[in-house]
Write a protein that binds this ligand. Sequence first.
Ligand code: S3P
Length: 448
Amino acid sequence: MSETARFDPAAPLRGRYEAPPDKSISHRAAILAAMSEGTCHINGYLDAGDTRSTLSAVQALGASVKLGLPGPRGEIEVKIGGIGLYGPSRRREPVSIDVGNAGTLLRILPGWLAGQRSGSFSLDGDESIKARPVDRIAIPLRKMGARVSIRDGRLTPLVVEGSPLDGVDHTLPIASAQVKSCLILAALLARRSTTIVEPGPSRDHTERMWRAAGAEIRVDKLASMPGRSHDPRRLVVQPASRLRCPRIDVSSDFSSAAFFIVAALLVPGSELRIRRVNLNSTRIGLLAILNRMGARIEVMEDPLARGEPVGDLIVRASALTGTLVGAVEVAAAIDELPLLALLGAFAAGETVLCGAKDLRNKESDRIAAAVRVIGGLGGAIEEREDGFVVQGGDGLDGGAISAGGDHRIAMLGAIAGVASRRGVEVEGIDTAAISYPNFCDDLARLNA
Ligand code: S3P
């Protein structure tokens, strides 16, 4: 049953805040640990709906999973006994994996399964998953020799039978970390090296984590092609014989922190210190957008951080002006773009998002959802095929919205509520638990 909650105009957000562990890194940590040999201790795994699905998936493939004590940020210690690169081949019976709502699990895991020596693996999930395209991984995997079947040429269930893979040269049509990661995992099991070209940088957690576990992945920058690519990269992945990763530390999720960054910018009098959040440049595109809009945000990167870059942010309530966000900025801000619709309603002048058509393929159609939410609360917003246009300056009145089964839209509605004049009722707030189970408690604590 879906829960409804009210979010009223808030007192300033002040003090310190720490976001939950990163969802993308947590998914990858569980998969990498399962692919490796020996035990991996994951320090600060995200304990949320999506990442629980990944633990169940690796367990279904034969990895052992031991949970430790939960912590205050929504984290949990996890120990995974790996099964090695070809561990899933040992499953005699067909394996059915329920990915729940987790698109990242659905799109990354088949890369590993495709190159198994034997075995049949089927992946499916909830209503939202059943509507999300998987041809984007099926097509390049087949090019490598994988045996993959999907429904109606693009949807789940996705069934993959282990088979020998060839290395290929593949150019991604759009920057997608999920597709890139899927192909990297398949490439590790292929007979020769694989080359993947991405038209612009997408999040690079897979490259960093698998390299640290012993995989050989070279990344070269290529020259941009005007109108077709911006800052493209070529990855060359060599076949692997084994991976090892005794320990993985998961930093805090910038995409979860983004809701609080926006709340602090919009609620007058706020000053919030966001502690030790992941500042990987492939994830923090929102900061450059906000900077252009006039946001007062101090960034203090920790020079001693090892692995992923992390640091503190100090965010102060700010008068914003509208901006144009185009295709080259989309990948590094992909999950934060619905928040741009909210920011646009408060920013003076026009805020435009374009070149972001793939937002329609997320947990929900996030262009339609952002327009429905911000328009429904009194914002002047117009839908475009690849984005939206907001005429802002007046803020939002308030009202009632439905999350439409999408965790990030539920949290968007809540932040709209604290920034609005009359408050917002969010139907389906419980879906926030997909990525951020403590979201409501954290928000209530900061603007008490
Ligand atoms: C993710 C990549 C992004 C993002 C998703 C998580 C990942 O998807 O929207 O929430 O962890 O790789 P795409 O790479 O398909 O854009």
